[in-house]
Design a protein around this ligand. Structure first.
Ligand code: G
Ligand code: G
Ligand code: NA
Ligand code: MN
Length: 256
């Protein structure tokens, strides 16, 4: 109950921050984009990870305001990075959408508005949608996704393989990429089954002309397996943890 009251003020009190995890080309290590991940800097409890307040924000509806803030802040940050030369114009920013946001009738307008306010081109934004956000009404999901796609942004299907995706409708939805869930990446070395699943997702991506991004790459052996299976893109602790903008800047300076 206290947490709800606190969360209500978190935006106004500037307690939400975004951390950014790079998405890289597995062959060259080049950064293609960043995924924005929200954290709550609670004055008493310290940093609260999204798993501990997003589900709850979903339930009470605060996710709509939090989601809008996240969208604006991620775009603002990307444009600042561009202006300062920290990223090249081809680098993209990805924002996660939860179920309630996905079902918000004003979603497409809000996205268009955020792009316009932050003076960001639609081509620099990716929204990540989980399979579970789309459960139920396929026609509705298709409408929402088509509306977003019409703005010119990209759409990635997050946590692929863990939800209820029906392969028969995937080709009718306007996704640009599938993200291999990190539960499959984790066991690539030990588990023949995980490799079979990763291989299937990559084949599916090829057949449907979708990019495939592997999540949760933690070590070189996993990277090698993914490259061997034909995966070109990935993210994970091997490359970088999600970092604050300030920490990213310092890490970037170390590279030079
Ligand atoms: O770092 P990690 O703990 O950041 O994130 C855990 C989960 O929280 C992931 O499933 C991620 O998709 C979700 N998440 C992180 N940031 C956001 C956000 O801004 N909006 C929504 N809806 N989910 C997020
Ligand atoms: O559900 P979503 O895919 O958006 O989840 C992103 C989450 O995955 C974040 O909590 C992030 O911190 C976490 N994450 C990112 N890279 C790795 C990794 O290499 N290993 C593990 N265990 N978690 C990761
Ligand atoms: Na995600
Ligand atoms: Mn994911």
């Amino acid at each position: 109950v206290q947490l709800e009251a606190d969360l209500r003020h978190a935006i106004a009190r500037q307690q939400l921050v975004l951390h950014y995890q790079s998405k890289v080309c597995l062959d060259t290590g080049k950064v293609m984009g960043y995924e924005a991940l929200v954290r709550w800097m609670h004055p008493v409890r310290g940093m609260i990870p999204p798993m501990e307040f997003i589900p709850y924000a979903e339930e009470c509806g605060l996710i709509i305001a939090i989601g809008e803030w996240t969208l604006h802040e991620a775009l603002r940050q990307l444009m600042e990075w561009r202006t300062s030369g920290f990223v090249t114009p081809d680098v993209t920013i990805a924002v996660n959408l939860s179920t309630r946001q996905f079902n918000d009738v004003a979603l497409a307008d809000k996205v268009a508005n955020a792009l316009s306010l932050q003076q960001a081109p639609a081509s620099c934004l990716t929204l990540e949608v989980t399979e579970s956000a789309m459960i139920g009404d396929l026609a509705h999901a298709k409408n929402v996704l088509d509306g977003l796609r019409a703005i010119g942004i990209s759409l990635d299907l997050d946590d692929f393989g863990t939800g209820y995706s029906s392969l028969s409708y995937l080709h009718r939805l306007p996704f640009q990429a599938l993200k291999i869930d990190r539960s499959f990446t984790r066991h690539l070395e030990q588990s023949h089954e995980s490799r079979a699943i990763a291989r299937s997702i990559l084949q599916l991506g090829k057949s449907l002309n979708l990019a495939v991004i592997a999540e949760g790459i933690e070590n070189e052996a996993q990277r090698v397996w993914l490259v061997r299976l034909g995966c070109r893109l990935g993210q994970g602790f091997l490359y970088s943890k999600p970092l604050s903008a300030a920490a990213l800047k310092i890490a970037g300076l170390d590279d030079v």
